[in-house]
Design a protein around this ligand. Structure first.
Ligand code: NAP
Length: 514
């Protein structure tokens, strides 16, 4: 591996020198985003000996989610040996790694593959336009720069567009306010009067991390979430040592994978399993951790568990039970934000130093963050007018050589998102092999309309049976059309199987000139 990386580094340097002398040129592949999706794509390319690629990153640093979400308490909610890249095992210190360890892991992988040299930072993509005559993508950035590439892999992340709702008077607040996704690193919460808006996975981690040190904490919960205990554990030195042995690591990984995979039965086929194995322990957890019956009532959801992402936490309920913490439910919701704080619909006026928006992300309606114009000027926005859709969540007819990582219906509620990303990579790399198989020819590859339509129809037919569709809640999984767009309604191993068995007849491969 080291020999290959050294060779790649030299060949990259030569190409970059030539590019600098002779001007831009067309990259073979351009990757948007440098989180796990972008990193995984870059590793896939390197393994295929495709070195002529560039990574664009809108931020001043690489790494995506775990570099950006640096709020106190940030921690992954999928077991780390599974929430990691298949070829990059790590001797994790605990089952559910915390943000600093995830950040270190991400940096280690970036450095190992020499990806910093491939990345252009602060390149905020605003538009992709397919050049019909020359068959390449022109990728335009907000600062006027542009990059050309034969293929583009969009890995900007499904949860990277934070939403700050437009509350009346929002911008009049005189104190400090920010979204959990943009947590100021110099912010000192100690002794402050703080409101946190939202009760999803991000709020559930921030609340216990700051509750003991703030003067007052006002939690605005529109909808309660189901909460299960977090089966976390610190790994012993022996286990960590054994995790360095590939065979042992793989055994842990596979055990976790199969231990989680059966849960799709409950999410999709048999909701009775959800009630027995999830709702029952969640109710018990609530009973045991919250002594006040009124608070317990406020915290009890009225929809089926699993419909929204289940929170796993041992310390959320005890934090909400504290004397300096007040839970404002939908009956005491925000009426307006004032220069001094928040006025609720009951007429309570709260004086605050800080408002934290834990109000989530746009994962379905406008989550690309840039416009895409494909063949003959067709816009992706128009193709997605009814709802976002893509073959394997990756390819869209009319948009050649374009691959979406974690595109429509690729989210996963029961296992690791990285498993899905790596499955998509198998499909994308296979498509790129088709594209590059004959030297001297420019080709483009595009999924056919029929294949995409059949795939998407099946996805939404399967979705009808899931708790995400029929569990009686509203969630970020749903598009404004009412369709569940964020989730994959099936076994993750089946998605992997589909991704590996590339169906050539589902694609149009066009030779333009030789
Ligand atoms: P989220 O689950 O979408 O939660 C957003 C919260 O803000 C919800 O409680 C929502 O209420 C509330 N909200 C939104 N708009 C509002 C409005 N106008 N008025 C009042 N309340 C409003 O977002 P998130 O907590 O950032 O989590 C998003 C996803 O990120 C998670 O589901 C998970 O997949 C991922 N995540 C993972 C981890 C982890 O691995 N540990 C940590 C954080 C996040 P409603 O419920 O009523 O809509």
């Amino acid at each position: 591996m080291h020999g290959l990386l050294a060779w790649l580094a030299v060949s990259n340097d030569i190409k970059e020198v030539l590019r600098n002398i002779f001007g831009g040129g067309v990259y073979k592949v351009l990757i948007i985003g440098t989180g796990f999706g972008g990193i995984s794509a870059a590793i896939g390319l390197i393994k295929q000996r495709i070195t002529d690629f560039v990574m664009l990153e809108r931020r001043a640093f690489m790494g995506g989610t775990w570099m950006q979400n640096r709020y106190p308490g940030a921690q992954v909610d999928v077991q780390s040996p599974l929430y990691s890249l298949v070829d990059e095992p790590e001797p994790w210190t605990q089952m559910f790694a915390e943000q600093p360890e995830l950040e270190a892991y991400t940096n280690r992988v970036i450095d190992k593959y020499g990806l910093r040299e491939k990345a252009i930072l602060q390149a905020n993509v605003v538009r992709l336009k397919w050049q019909d005559a020359d068959c390449f993508w022109r990728v335009e950035c907000a600062d006027g720069r542009h990059f050309d590439a034969q293929s583009v892999i969009c890995a900007q992340g499904p949860l990277s567009q934070p939403v700050v709702p437009d509350f009346a008077g929002r911008d009049s607040f005189a104190g400090q306010s920010f979204h959990t996704n943009d947590w100021p690193q110099d912010f000192d919460h100690r002794g402050k009067r703080v409101a946190i808006i939202g009760s999803g996975a991000s709020a559930a981690q921030v609340i216990p991390a700051i509750a003991a040190d703030v003067a007052e904490l006002h939690v605005f919960q529109r909808t309660p979430h189901w909460v299960l205990p977090r089966p976390d554990r610190i790994f012993s030195p022996l286990t960590r040592h054994l995790m360095g042995v590939r065979l042992f690591y793989n055994i842990i990984r596979r055990s976790i994978y199969w231990g989680l995979e059966w849960r799709i039965f409950a999410f999709k086929y048999w909701h009775g399993l959800l009630r027995f194995f999830a709702e029952r322990p969640a109710r018990k957890h609530l009973r045991e951790k919250v002594s006040d019956p009124f608070l317990r009532g406020q915290l009890t959801p009225d929809y089926m568990i699993g419909c929204k992402r289940i929170i796993v936490s041992n310390n959320l309920y005890p934090a909400l039970d504290r004397d300096n913490v007040t839970l404002h439910d939908k009956n005491d919701a925000i009426k307006s934000i004032t220069p001094k704080g928040i006025t609720t619909i009951k007429g309570t006026e709260l004086e605050l130093d800080t408002i934290i928006y834990a109000t989530g992300f746009d994962a379905t309606d406008n989550n690309l963050g840039f416009t895409i114009e494909g063949r003959e000027g067709h816009r992706l926005k128009d193709f997605w007018r009814a709802y976002p859709r893509a073959y394997m969540g990756t390819c869209v007819p009319g948009f050649p050589n374009l691959f979406l990582v974690m595109g429509p219906n690729t989210g996963i509620g029961h296992t690791s998102a990285i498993f899905i990303i790596e499955s998509q990579m198998q499909y994308i790399m296979r498509a790129l092999r088709e594209l590059h198989q004959k030297k001297g020819q420019t080709l483009f590859i595009e999924v056919t309309e029929e294949a995409e339509q059949a795939y998407t129809e099946n996805i939404h037919q399967q979705m009808q049976k899931t708790v995400w569709h029929s569990g009686g809640c509203n969630s970020w999984y749903k598009h404004k059309s009412g369709r569940v767009i964020a989730m994959y309604p099936g076994f993750s191993f089946y998605f992997r199987w589909l991704a590996k068995r590339f169906k050539k007849h589902h694609h149009r491969i066009v030779r333009t000139h030789s």
